[in-house]
Design a protein around this ligand. Structure first.
Ligand code: TXA
Ligand code: MG
Length: 338
């Protein structure tokens, strides 16, 4: 299959028309969102959704997020809308927040990988919402990377992974946030954070009260444990290089790596000068800037041929929690404290 590439910033009409035609034909289209690029298909079309799993090489037991452009589309997807979901939607939709609820019978089971719940999000990206509303159907979409690779924040990275596997990539420029949406489940008794992302835990709690943090957010799942979010049990976001996360001050980091031989330091802005080979992933005290850079930096390390990488550890406050969550997965939980 040849993969067509259209820039929605310059050819909006053509991009919307082509995307709509393919989506209603049951094909998969890569679309920009404010978090990362998504691989989208009609959420009501079982065969189309199966093509997403095939294009991505995604395990069948890992459910997808359904993207909507208007609140009125939510009713058809879920059994009921909990009050806290309504409150959070009012404050943070459109935005980088995914909420899990009991699934209605209209959503094919393959979307949710057989679970009785469904994850829903209304993206903030105007391009994403235009594609959804122009197509007229909610779109099931995971991140547009091959399963296991870092999520793509630029259309060229989608092309690297998806060339020949899908018919169309819509380029909408660089993603504003750079890490995926926050995933919160409302299917249990208390709201539960399954994946930190563009909306912080602090922001969630200011609207919905206490939110439990799933163990898998900060820890490796023990063998045989059931994952509340199946995505968390897989190796994730991993570049080709072998990464070790080093927790501690800049000084102890330098002390630790000084006799390590050939390596790249994945560090913060301004620290590059301390290492022979280094790449920065944002400002030290600014989780937002780190979120925007982290996946790009992981892909750039591959482009630079890095084999061994020691990474500075972000602070866990605010967006830092989402950055840390991605970084420890990209390192396969190889974390040391110095
Ligand atoms: O920002 C985002 O969320 C991006 C853009 C494209 O919207 N999408 C994204 O999708 O990151 P994906 O498939 O890469 O990650 C979805 C995560 C997975 O970890 C999956 O296991 C979890 O959400 N998830 C989806 N539906 C779920 C459900 N019903 N129950 C528990 N976890 C669910
Ligand atoms: Mg993903």
């Amino acid at each position: 299959m040849t993969t067509e590439f259209i820039d929605i910033r310059t050819d909006e009409k053509e991009a919307l028309e082509k995307a709509k035609r393919l989506i209603l034909k049951g094909e998969v289209v890569a679309i920009p969102t404010e978090t990362v690029y998504g691989l989208a298909a009609n959420a009501f079309d079982e065969k189309a959704v199966e093509k997403i799993f095939a294009a991505k090489g995604r395990p069948q037991d890992n459910p997808l997020i359904v993207h909507i452009s208007e609140m009125s589309q939510l009713d058809a997807l879920v059994e009921e809308i909990p009050d806290k979901v309504k409150m959070l939607a009012k404050k943070y939709w459109p935005g980088p927040l995914t909420m899990i609820m009991k699934r209605s019978g209209k959503i094919p089971s393959v979307v949710s990988a057989g679970l009785d719940t469904v994850a829903v999000r209304m993206p903030k990206s105007e391009y994403a919402r235009a594609i959804i509303s122009f197509s007229g159907v909610p779109l099931a979409a995971p991140s547009a990377n091959l399963s296991g690779s870092p999520s793509p924040t630029r259309a060229k990275y989608v092309l690297d992974d998806m060339n020949g596997r899908i018919p169309l990539i819509i380029d909408g420029g660089e993603c504003e946030i750079g890490v995926e949406s926050t995933v919160v489940s409302f299917a249990g008794e208390k709201p539960r954070l399954l994946r930190p992302g563009g909306i912080t835990l602090e922001q969630l709690e200011s609207v919905a009260g206490e939110v439990e943090v799933d163990r898998a957010v900060l820890n490796k799942l023990e063998k045989n444990a059931t994952a509340s979010s199946p995505g968390m049990k897989y190796k994730h976001y991993a570049p080709k290089a072998d990464i070790t996360v080093v927790k501690g001050s800049l000084e102890s980091f330098c002390e630790y790596v000084k006799d390590k031989g050939d390596f790249f330091a994945l560090c913060f802005d301004g620290e590059e000068k301390y290492f022979a080979k280094a790449l920065s992933y944002g400002k030290i005290d600014d989780g937002k800037s780190q979120a925007k850079r982290i996946f790009d930096a992981l892909r750039e390390l591959d482009e630079m041929g890095a084999k061994k990488v020691y990474a500075r550890c972000p602070d866990l406050k605010g967006m830092g929690l989402a950055v840390y969550n991605r970084l420890i997965r990209s390192a396969g939980f190889d974390i040391i404290e110095v």
